[in-house]
Design a protein around this ligand. Structure first.
Ligand code: TXA
Ligand code: MG
Length: 322
């Protein structure tokens, strides 16, 4: 089994694997990433192979220091500096015009590249020791649930990854927020760990949420994605009346809100707290997906703050079974 503790020695070993062109799964504050040398197209190709991900879906480059941003993309925009100052290191990915040094396979031939600086000491140390930006998608198979624990990575990718660094449970639990900056306009491409409201308050402007549903360049933005193997639907009481002799799992925000004999339930946050719920979301989905159920029913959440990112993931999971 290639899961190891994130000791200094193992981080150095992992960095050596990255430098030698291999792959390492590592923790970030959002979800675990499947990393490779982001400037080496052959190493990056291994990521697509392991994930069984189509190569038209571009990757995020991870850097360990704000000053590295200008090596890989154009940064001459005032809003970028404000966003970076406030949210990096953290769950915000910026899509910016790429520089030549970034291989086409990373950006799926787009003229832009996605970049972020994660807020996780293990990830930062790994990138620093590797000496290159690390290209990393979430460390799951294409279209499946994102991993928030090292075991989730191993269960999906097994020994195809050279090394899995175990850094415990991901703190945030949903992927980074992705924004594209075009001249003066900020477009939200994927809701995530930094809320739309936080960005709007900082920049004192409204940002648009653009779902490029027909653009295959960003499957994270397609209507289906992030899916368990067990069918998943949103909970409605009328629907429960017709269900007989089926093993049903329930996911609730703070308490079981309907009367029904569920085979198993998961509560996302007994404290009624969005941060805690986001941190538990994928983990709850993984648990129910392993529980041999016929169906998972999820209570819809309010689409504000982190609720927007959680509902985005859940709607995409449900869309696979509609
Ligand atoms: O929190 C995260 O962002 C995690 C951790 C590991 O950092 N990474 C992650 O990567 O979620 P991934 O590959 O699962 O999702 C990245 C999303 C994809 O939907 C991809 O299409 C989009 O970012 N993306 C990457 N480059 C892009 C670009 N140049 N333009 C538009 N979208 C882009
Ligand atoms: Mg992903």
């Amino acid at each position: 089994m290639s899961i190891v503790k994130s000791t200094t020695e193992n981080i150095l070993k992992a960095a050596e694997i990255i430098r030698a062109g291999g792959t390492v799964a590592f923790p970030t504050e959002t979800v675990y990433g499947l990393g490779a040398d982001g400037l080496n197209p052959i190493s990056v190709a291994k990521i697509f192979e392991i994930k069984k991900r189509p190569t038209f879906n571009p990757l995020i480059l991870h850097i360990d220091d704000k000053s590295k941003l200008e090596l890989i993309c154009e940064t001459d925009n005032n809003k970028i500096q404000i966003l970076i100052e406030k949210f990096w290191p953290g769950p915000l990915t910026l899509v910016l015009p790429k520089k030549k040094i970034v291989p086409e396979i990373v950006t799926a031939d787009n003229p832009t590249v996605a970049v972020r600086m994660p807020n996780n000491q293990i990830a930062l140390e790994l990138i620093k020791r590797s000496g290159v930006p690390i290209a990393a998608p979430s460390a799951n198979l294409f279209n499946r649930l994102s991993p928030t624990k090292a075991e989730h990575v191993y269960n999906q990718l097994g020994d195809n990854v050279d090394l899995i660094l175990d850094g415990g449970s991901a703190e945030i639990g949903v992927e980074s927020t992705i924004v594209e900056i075009e001249n003066e306009e900020i477009i939200l491409l994927r809701p995530g760990g930094i809320t739309k409201e936080e960005i709007e308050n900082l920049l004192k402007c409204k940002i648009q949420h653009k779902q490029k549903t027909t653009d295959p360049n960003s499957p994270g933005q397609l209507p289906f994605h992030y899916s368990p193997r067990t069918p998943l639907k949103f909970l409605s009481e009328s629907y429960l009346k017709d269900i007989k002799n089926k093993k049903i799992g329930g996911i609730f925000f703070s308490k079981q809100s309907v009367e029904f004999n569920f085979s198993r339930i998961e509560i996302l946050s007994k404290e009624n707290n969005f941060r805690e719920a986001a941190a538990n979301l994928f983990s709850a989905l993984h648990i129910l997906d392993e529980a041999n159920l016929d169906l998972i029913l999820v209570e819809p959440l309010p689409e504000e703050g982190l609720g927007l990112a959680m509902m985005d993931r859940l709607k995409k999971a449900a869309a696979n079974f509609s």
